[in-house]
Design a protein around this ligand. Sequence first.
Ligand code: SF4
Length: 443
Amino acid sequence: MIDKTVFKDKKAVYYTLGCKLNFSETSTIERTLQEAGIRTARRGEKADICIINSCAVTQEAEKKCRQAIHKLVRQHPDAFVVVTGCYAQLSAPKLAQEAGVDVVLGIDRKGEILDFLGDLTKNEQGEWYTQPAKDVRNFVPSCSRGDRTRYFLKVQDGCDYFCTYCTIPFARGRSRNPKVESLVEQARGVASEGGKEIVITGVNIGDFGKSTGEDFTGLVKALDAVEGISRYRISSIEPNLITDEIIGYMAQSKRFMPHLHIPLQAGSDEVLKLMHRRYDTAFFAEKIATVRNILPDAFIGVDVIVGTRGESEELFEQAYNFIKGLDVSQLHVFSYSERPGTRALSIEGAVSPAEKHRRSRMLIELSEEKRIAFYERYIGKEAVVLFEKPRPSMPMGGFTANYIRVECEPVKEYVNTLVRVRLGGFNSDRSALTVDEIIGVEQ
Ligand code: SF4
């Protein structure tokens, strides 16, 4: 039994690395600690507890995690330090050795942090509690409120795909999910708190249903029926899991936004094979064409990894031309990072850091061309924007249904409100469109 009296007047700080899923989970951890009486420390305050939610997707992410631990231990020398997340799952004994770390928790224990705080007395030696990710069966739910406008609802965890470059299946375990009804319950909770938008997140969300005998289309339809939520966005979905049925359903839904994020990873069939991805470029191009045909205004974001082993200059050129020809809205470009335990390490043909840098620069420039061209299509057009709370002395911002960033002078009444506007030209750094005319609040 946890003695919550030890938490009275205690303060915690949180540090998160990595994906939307990690941020969603940290926000849920923070809420759990707040409900136990542990408030979040204000800037400059000394904390009694430090929570680090780590990432292991690249070597760089792991290094940043160790740097974060060192910094937090320096800033809060008496605090009880907990490290969790993917890096903790993969390297618990090592992280438990880091100076100042008290407990390292595996992915299955993320929801039980309170049980490991004890009376906050620091441990002589860091302790760690993990089990092999492949044996993890429990699903740790999380639904975070980002800025009270957009919530991140975790619907699935883990992955069974084992793409050769990826460490996530080793860090997050097998694909698993809760029942649709429990997610509908959480969406109702968001609506009751006044939340307008839910981003559906996970690791391989198209694979939803594996552990409950349900499917992703069924989840989409059930969430779509929840009163009070104006918008849903699908955070990322594998190309082979976006069925025509889902695309067709999105087209007739008022709540599922015309916005898709689809990992391509490589633009040549040879490299896709080396990655053990489950499609080829012809399939991917056809999928984009289908989306464009059924959802003509859709914002389509695409993930690409540059410099994986075996990606020769010639294959990269092929990839560049393939991607250039796709009618998509933006690219998310990642540089390949060697991950321990992944099968990619046995592939010949490592790419030098300088060459990776050259390739990612080329794709980032191409991405900007595509984003600007996509935004330009909507200048002068009407759109409905969900405005967010502006930061002090900053313009008010928000997104259209098809994920165009819009900025205007702050208007308090429009925060967390759907407002119909006529879109103007670009703002000064071309990161957003401006508002030419406010037409009115959308009912
Ligand atoms: S689908 Fe592939 S890249 Fe994505 S999490 Fe699973 S193994 Fe990693």
